[in-house]
Design a protein around this ligand. Structure first.
Ligand code: GH3
Ligand code: MG
Ligand code: MG
Ligand code: MG
Ligand code: MG
Length: 300
């Protein structure tokens, strides 16, 4: 088993004595990144440490403000913050927690308690991140799941409407996949689905493009600011890649099927008269045409 990575901790503290103490207590178990003022801290926080240990009283920014600014930036919003202060005022503690801190430690603190609290929040954050990842991914292929696709389609639809920009989707369906399972077994079938996902992912170049598993042996591509010609050209490249890839796994070597896939494209400049569902229906109908037209092809 590999050791989990040493957590990176951002320590924001302007007092040298406090810093030395923290380094002594935490230096062995954590990689410490030090900031002695709020401005540096906000900059270093964008490297996304696993946790921030935040002194309430800083020379330039007060702790509450700092916490709010971290929350306001999407890059740093999810980083757990633990306040450390000599101030025992319960109002301060309440305010700090309300501003988004996960915990509040008052000086003087016990080294063991500080370590335990940090560890608790680092583990909790790791679990939350893992759950968030699992909730968005398809377990078999690792690409986005249907839920993420539906949300993203809604979002890109609205954006396309505002900007009057073309939005394309491509439906991908593995050809005669039932017979792949029947002939080669489900495990080979599963491996084929991973292969299709890899072929499609290899051709996505822009960060806004999304590949998702739509259902059983179906995938879907969401392509913002993409016209019909570009969508079709992309589908054609993926179709070819799949054909070549599976031709090379060689049926004669007994390793797998000569799998192909069919593609249905649809493009629209979103407006009030239409809907995301209508766009998907067009892609679906074109996929049907690709199937009835002989499979291993792109429509239109
Ligand atoms: P067509 O060319 O018309 O699309 O034929 P097809 O056989 O691909 O279509 P059909 O919808 O009849 O069959 C889809 C098959 O995909 C049936 C199902 O068992 C298989 N399938 C769906 N999800 C999975 C999966 O996760 N793993 C495997 N191995 N097979 C799957
Ligand atoms: Mg201070
Ligand atoms: Mg299907
Ligand atoms: Mg079918
Ligand atoms: Mg199929």
């Amino acid at each position: 088993m590999t050791e989990p990575e040493r957590p990176r901790l951002l320590v924001v503290e302007d007092d040298p004595t406090s810093l030395r103490l923290i380094a002594k207590i935490l230096g062995d178990a954590y990689t410490l990144i030090i900031a002695t003022n709020g401005k540096d801290a906000l900059r270093l926080a964008t490297d996304v440490p696993e946790l921030i240990l935040l002194d309430y009283h800083l020379p330039d920014i007060d702790g509450l403000d700092m916490c709010r600014q971290l929350r306001a930036n999407p890059l740093t919003a999810e980083i757990p913050v633990i306040y450390v202060t000599a101030d025992q005022d319960p109002h301060l503690e309440a305010e700090g927690l309300q501003a988004g801190a996960v915990d509040f430690v008052t000086k003087p603190y016990s080294a063991a308690v500080l370590r335990a609290r940090i560890n608790t929040h680092v583990q909790l954050k790791r679990k939350t991140d893992l759950l968030a990842l699992l909730a968005e991914r398809d377990g078999l292929t690792g690409v986005a799941n249907r839920r993420v696709f539906d949300q993203q389609l809604e979002r890109e639809w609205r954006r396309g409407r505002r900007r009057q920009a073309a939005l394309s989707v491509i439906m991908v369906d593995a050809d005669r996949f039932k017979s792949v399972n029947d002939t080669w077994g489900h495990l080979v079938g599963d491996e084929c689905l991973r292969g299709i996902a890899r072929c499609a992912a290899a051709h996505l170049k822009r960060p806004a493009d999304l590949l998702a598993r739509y259902g059983g042996e179906e995938f879907v591509l969401l392509l913002p600011e993409t016209d019909a010609g570009s969508a079709r050209a992309l589908a054609e490249r993926i179709r070819e890649e799949i054909q070549i890839r599976f031709a090379n796994t060689a049926v004669e070597r007994g390793e797998g099927p000569c799998l192909t896939a069919s593609f249905g494209c649809a493009t629209i400049i979103p407006d009030e008269q239409s809907s995301p569902e209508a766009l998907l229906r067009v892609a679906d109908r074109n996929l049907y045409l690709a199937k009835t037209g002989g499979r291993n092809r792109v429509e239109p």
